[in-house]
Design a protein around this ligand. Structure first.
Ligand SMILES: [Zn+2]
Length: 509
């Protein structure tokens, strides 16, 4: 009995895989008149001008779109991993993507679930001086159930932005590279063959013949191998050969195996078609490498240099150094338990070339991505007796390719002293005790803004450190307390203000 059930489920699985090949994942970019006109303008520019040398820096604003509660967003570490991928894809062509002023955060159900119908919502969130990439739950046309879950991303020409499905922003996915190609006016090499016979298939030997018996598709001329019409057919770029979107061809023909066109298909002149399976703008899946042709590279550069793209040419040169190391963690070490739970100071050593550090921490419903320029961060909202998983990585505008493995730590059930300052501010100091030379972190969470004198005195009342009068902002204010000049011993941290006085014992080991 058991064997029978197993073989039935195997058959079911095999059918499922085959069905996926027919209605397979695709790109939602539509080549309209506006995008073709733009491509033609770029080609005209190239015919009359030579491109300048040197790298071109592409500012990208990644929008992390979540639901109304701000949940479900793509992880920052995944965006950084995909930045690695697109950097590798573009840098060799003299186009260098970089993160422009970190990330934009959006909490909006409509944009998260239904970006296709939320054009104005997306446009209102655009950064005017960046290429805008919205990362949402899906990138499907909302009114097309046939396409639900199969569209990976699209370029929206009138709004000039990209929408990419959350699960496509990851290490090996070429979706963002492909869609950026569209943004810089590239078309599919198989333009005209997207979904031709209404069955979800494109080329079919039964319908179109092998060699081809037709010269037009959907009223447009079909590209020939001999390049005689390459300038005005399909993607209109001559070093990308004819491709009749064979990946999505009639499954009865069985023309494609993974990343390879395995069948011999001949064009109308009876010339053998050899497609560029690994070109970023084709649809072949499971390809190891990707490239743009020289013709595609030139069109993208011409587009970058065009008047329409003046907004992203600031002349700014981003940090081009590479972050190659993972920060060495000081606290908490792998598996370590923090004594307290309401005041846990994470700390790590700096790494070369990193301008920012990312901590991602999760556990028991808690998910937080913290970006800081410092080498420590004080968490005050963790739960007692809980286990957390976390990663850390250093990054800069162009480099964020290495991150730590998943680490684990747990919280204890003790609270640090939280004392009221006339009931308007909560005060946290950590670590405590601290080692001589450690930087102590003082955090005040206040209901209102006020001025206070902050100092440390020894037990004889002698002042050993004075930060002077400081403004305590409404909400959160952080101070780093330098202790390298203090010898081991017991001290008092004092905060004096018109709102009240606060004292806390500080121990330096
Ligand atoms: Zn596409």
């Amino acid at each position: 009995m058991k064997e029978i059930i197993l073989s039935f489920s195997f058959v079911f699985l095999a059918i499922g895989i085959k069905a996926q090949h027919v209605h397979t994942e695709k790109c939602g970019t539509i080549a309209d008149q506006q995008t073709i006109a733009r491509l033609e303008a770029n080609k005209k520019y190239l015919a009359n001008n030579s491109l300048r040398g040197g790298d071109r820096y592409i500012p990208i604003k990644f929008h992390r779109v979540g639901d109304n509660a701000g949940e479900q967003k793509i992880k920052v570490s995944e965006v950084l991993t995909n930045l690695c991928k697109i950097s590798n894809d573009f840098e060799k062509h003299g186009l260098v993507p970089y993160i422009n002023n970190l990330f934009n955060e959006i909490s909006n159900d409509a944009l998260y679930l239904n970006a296709w119908t939320s054009v104005n919502g997306l446009i209102n969130n655009k950064d005017d001086n960046s290429v805008n990439v919205f990362i949402c739950q899906n990138a499907s046309p909302a009114n097309s159930s046939a396409d639900a879950g199969t569209v990976l991303g699209y370029y929206q020409p009138s709004g000039d932005y990209l929408v990419v499905r959350k699960q496509e922003v990851r290490d090996s996915s070429g979706t963002l590279t492909h869609e950026l190609g569209h943004l810089f006016s590239l078309q599919h090499p198989f333009l005209g063959w997207e979904d031709h016979d209404g069955n979800g298939w494109t080329y079919s030997t039964a319908i179109h013949g092998n060699p081809l018996t037709v010269t037009t598709i959907g009223g447009s001329l079909i590209e020939l191998v001999d390049r005689s019409n390459c300038d005005f057919t399909a993607d209109r770029i001559c070093d990308t050969p004819p491709d009749y979107n064979f990946r999505d061809s009639d499954p009865n023909d069985n023309l494609v195996n993974g990343c390879r066109l395995t069948a011999e298909i001949y064009d109308y002149n009876n010339e053998l078609i050899e497609t560029q399976e690994e070109n970023h703008m084709t649809y072949y899946s499971n390809c190891e490498k990707g490239f743009f042709t020289e013709g595609q590279e030139e069109v993208m550069k011409a587009d970058f240099d065009s008047a329409a793209r003046a907004n992203i040419r600031s002349g700014y040169i981003p940090n081009l150094t590479e972050v190659t190391e993972v920060p060495n963690v000081i606290f908490p070490q792998q598996g370590e338990e923090a004594q307290f739970f309401n005041s846990v100071q994470f700390e790590w050593e700096p790494v070369a070339n990193a301008d920012y550090y990312l901590i991602e921490i999760s556990g028991n419903g808690y998910n937080e991505s913290i970006i800081t320029e410092n080498t420590n961060y004080l968490f005050t909202d963790l739960e007692p007796n809980n286990t957390y998983f976390w990663i850390i990585q250093g990054f800069n505008e162009t480099s964020g390719c290495v991150k730590s493995g998943n680490m684990i730590f747990s919280t204890g059930d003790e609270t640090t002293d939280v004392k009221e300052l006339s009931n308007i501010a909560e005060i946290y100091f950590s670590p405590n005790p601290l080692n001589q030379g450690d930087i102590g972190s003082l955090k005040l969470v206040s209901q209102k803004s006020f001025d206070a004198n902050i100092k440390i005195v020894d037990l004889q009342g002698k002042e050993v450190l004075n930060l002077g009068t400081q403004n305590i902002a409404k909400d959160e204010t952080l101070f780093n307390i330098e202790t390298s000049n203090l010898i081991s011993g017991i001290y008092l941290l004092q905060i004096e203000s018109e709102e009240g006085i606060f004292n806390q014992k500080v121990i330096i080991k």
